[in-house]
Design a protein around this ligand. Sequence first.
Ligand SMILES: Cc1ncc(COP(=O)(O)O)c(C=O)c1O
Length: 391
Amino acid sequence: MKPIRHFLAEDTIDNKDIDQLIAWLKTYPRLTKGKVTLEFEAKWSHWLGTKYSVFCNSGSSANLLMYYALEISGRLKNKKVIVPSVGWVTSIAPAMQFGFEPIMCEADKDTFGLDLDHLEALLKEHQPSTVLMVQVLGVPHKMDRLMALKEKYGFFLLEDACAAIGASYRGRKVGTFGDMASFSAYFGHQFSTIEGGLVSTSDKQFNDLLLMSRSHGWSKDLDRSSHEKYVKEYQIDNFHSPFVFYIPGFNVRPTDLQAFIGLGQVDKLDWIVSRRQENHARYKKHFEGKLDFQKCDPESTVCSISFGALARDTEQRRNIVSALVANGIETRIFSAGNLGLHPFWYEKYGKFSAPMADRIHHCGFFLPNNPSLKIEDIDFIAGVVLEAAGK
Ligand SMILES: Cc1ncc(COP(=O)(O)O)c(C=O)c1O
């Protein structure tokens, strides 16, 4: 067995980023959340094309804040939420923690996002107020139809784009479809702030609730007039006003150190997107007609962090995995497979089983897609997979 040469995750914080960070640190700034966080949030909102963004300490916290802001907004007619079978545990966990009633949906055969026929059947049956969708691994979902369903059934859409930064659907960036959208800036994602997450929204009420929830439930992170409104409504004097808690909040704040790194990451995001897209297209060229993999609308821009593929059956997956490992190529299961087959879910709701979600669970695997990979690397990795698949 060869040592690993091609890793699934690489740091997007490079030597130049570290040098810039050191130079900034030598100015001895205050490192807790402050003006650099505001700068990063504004820069991210501008890049994405949304009004507001709230930086926090992880993508999971971003999901937590989204669910919580929605819950306390007073705008839900019920607490039913459709959740995906393919995504991440923290795409669903906050729903469970906040007493929502989650209903699991089958995966789409092309993008591995929500199966839209199943979704529509669930919408008709349960009339949920909320749908949480995952933009799976930077492969944009079928947003025209999903947005038509939103229009028809009138639900709030939480868009988990934690592993999809930089992707776009027919020219519109992923993360601008939902009433709120979350992003992760963890190591190995499209870009990294060491740990980190963002929620973006164009809805002022959600933005204010996100800001308050992120820091204890106080109002001092809001813009001046929104803060003043609280102070006036509750008749708080100036001395007390910074430390009055209007909602029961959390502390999931980031630091300015992470925000400083984030500023540099946004600068190179367009390059990162184009490199990941080129790699994805090269894999696709190799596998078309030979192996199933995540596909999307041809007019969309993919920004995958790993290339997700499906073997014919578990035995073929075993062969492919062995060949990859033997050739120093890192691999793993597809994301978390079917979340409905994990104890966190089935201990409470029973096992969720559906053909595509189960296939992703039992036959899915990841191939590396990092910006540093060269065309020859992709050709080599694809060759190893195809040879093992043929055996
Ligand atoms: C779809 C999805 N949502 C949420 C998360 C959680 O992000 P974080 O690791 O930053 O907490 C991940 C992590 O990979 C993810 O893939």
